[in-house]
Structures are given as C-alpha cells and as structure tokens.
Design a protein around this ligand. Structure first.
Ligand code: PEP
Length: 248
C-alpha cells in the first residue's frame, strides 16, 4: 500500500533565516522517519539552500513551477533540467494561482507536466473549480477537463504523476471542502485515472485548500484522499507536524 504524501507549498514566502529555522523545527519535530512521505515546495530562489538543509533528512524537495521550454531566450523561467540539478523530486504544475495570475491554460499545464516527467521530476498537477463553477454545478466537468489535458499529453507515463484537488474557493480562505465534498471529487478523479492507466492505484491524489491541524485527520481518512497539499499551515512547524502526524 502506498504511503500518504504531505507536501507543503511555501508559495512566495521565506528568507534564508526563516527557511533554516522552519526546516530545523520540522526535522527535529519529525524525529523518527514519518509514516508518510513529506515534501516542501519552495521558491526557486531558495532551492540551493533547501537542498543543503534537507541533505540528511527524509523530506523531499519540490519546486512550485517549471518552464514549458528546455532552454533558451525565456527570461525569468526555470527549466526542469535546472530543477533536477538541485535534487528536486516534485514540481507543482497548474496551481490555481498560476492559472489565475499567469493565465496558464490546460494545455500549458499539460506541457509543464511533460517537461517535468522528461527530467525525472514528479509533477503535482493541481486541478480545482472556482466558487462560481461549483455553484453552477460544474465541479466535475471542470476538474475532469483539467486532468484530461494532462492525461492526453502524457498518456504513457500518467501513472508517474501526483494529482492535487484544490478547490479554488478553499485556497488560503480558511474555507475547507468538507471531507464528503472532497472525497466525492477525488472519486471522480480516481475513476478518470483508472480509465487512463492500469497503474492508477499508484497515483497519489492529494487534497489542498486550507488543510490544517484541526481538519487534516478527517480529510485524510477518506478512501481516495492520499495526502495533502498544504499552503499556509506548512509555514508553521507545529501545524505542519500535526498534519503529518494525521497522515497514517
Ligand atoms: C495551496 O496553496 O496549495 C494551498 C492549499 O493553500 P492553503 O493551504 O493556504 O489553502
């Protein structure tokens, strides 16, 4: 049986001093190897620092974005090969903040996943509906469309991805999908993955959206919730450790 995966998304937060203090508190708090897999997705500027800080720990390093291009005149972008040089194991693709503020389309997200996979990095593909889409009864249609683009572009290696269901209305708002609401969408995504690959059981489907120490256990107890993508609460060692402890 696969272990659950708890991944922190630091977003654009941190400093050299704060990163060191946070990771020290997390690694000391973890003590013995955790029952689940743990990763932190950090700003690109800090990859070198965090790679060194995580050297002797069981925590994996993640990035928050990757270019669709391999190299060249793409100012400000970071290639998957560059991420790989820093020991990056995971890379978020299609986070709703990238879709919203950087106009990333389903096709762009699918290519980003492809670039990551080509360099041996596991893309954490984020999907999720806005509040308006949920209220219009379009949740299933939206998440299936977003995931279908990634499946279409990455068919033969689709079992190598991680999926994160992140309802946009729950990200950073303190509003969490109920365990039942989340499980219902995860079951839809699981069925879609099952139709795409005979190895769908390998794929982690994470829930993200205001997961915290108080609600993690109930969310993580759902049959199709294989872990969490944690934003705000991953910046506080005690909260992140509580979520990890809930992921048995
Ligand atoms: C996220 O940014 O992926 C996220 C889930 O954020 P938060 O936990 O703060 O809602």
């Amino acid at each position: 049986m696969k272990r659950k995966l708890i991944a922190g998304n630091w977003k654009m937060n941190g400093s050299l001093a704060a990163n060191q203090a946070l990771l020290q508190a997390i690694t000391v708090g973890l003590g013995a190897p955790a029952a689940c897999q743990v990763a932190v997705c950090v700003p690109a500027a800090y990859l070198a620092q965090i790679q060194l800080l995580l050297k002797d720990s069981a925590i994996d390093l993640g990035a928050q974005d990757v270019s669709t291009h391999q190299a060249g005149a793409f100012t400000g972008e970071t290639s998957s090969a560059m991420l790989k040089e820093f020991g990056v194991r995971y890379c978020l693709v299609g986070h709703s903040e990238r879709r919203q503020y950087h106009a990333e389309t389903d096709a762009v997200v699918a290519f980003k996943a492809q670039r990551a996979l080509a360099d041996g990095i596991t893309p954490i593909v984020c999907v999720g509906e806005t509040l308006a889409e949920r209220e219009a009864g379009r949740t299933e249609e939206v998440v299936k469309r977003q995931l279908a683009a990634v499946i279409h572009t990455n068919g033969h290696c689709i079992s190598e991805i991680v999926v994160a269901y992140e309802p946009v209305w729950a990200i950073g708002t303190g509003k969490t999908a109920s365990a039942e609401q989340a499980q219902a969408v995860h079951a839809v995504l699981r069925a879609q993955l099952k139709a795409a690959t005979e190895h769908s059981d390998r794929i982690h489907i994470l829930y993200g959206g205001s997961m915290n120490a108080a609600n993690a256990a109930q969310l993580l107890a759902q049959p199709d919730i294989d872990g969490g993508l944690v934003g705000g609460a991953s910046l506080k060692a005690a909260d992140f450790l509580s979520i990890i402890a809930a992921a048995l």
